[in-house]
Design a protein around this ligand. Sequence first.
Ligand code: ZN
Length: 197
Amino acid sequence: MAGPEIERLIQLMARLPGLGPRSARRAVLHLLKKKDALLLPLAASLREVGESIHACSTCGNLDTGNPCAICADPRRDETLLCVVEGVADLWALERSGMFRGRYHVLGGTLSALDGIGPGDLNVDSLIGRVAQGRIREVIIATNATVEGQTTAHYITDRLQSSGVTITRLAHGVPVGGELDYLDDGTLGAALKARRPL
Ligand code: ZN
């Protein structure tokens, strides 16, 4: 049906979340038809981002600069730190526009089942940031899943002796709910109604 180069493109696209082989095929055909308007700009953009993307050495956010744009922004409140599981959660909170502090990306949750322990997450770097003394409040915004709650409790224990205020997202986050799927208003309300742990 198509040459090996195009087949390879379809196979790669099919590995994207939300795209199966069928929709990948449709997307690639669309790209081929819109060579100048879409295919070439997309290829250039992928290369540009691919060559400069990395995890921020401070917070773990993915960005083209290090420190990332959020860590480098002097207008953001450095006394307020929001701990999230992944970059998708950070993006969700940023979309809500309600949070003007900084972040710490754990890179997952504790899971005995999957063999993920504290050493596999960015916990030590979090303890290190808090130990520097400028952070006043740590908001734990892990998902309302069993793993998310377990992780929240573990972090709370680790931070207990630091004297920092620890809060947790409150109302609006359904049990089992993932931040990335909440609407911006719900997420904003949950952030506003956070409570001490
Ligand atoms: Zn950062």
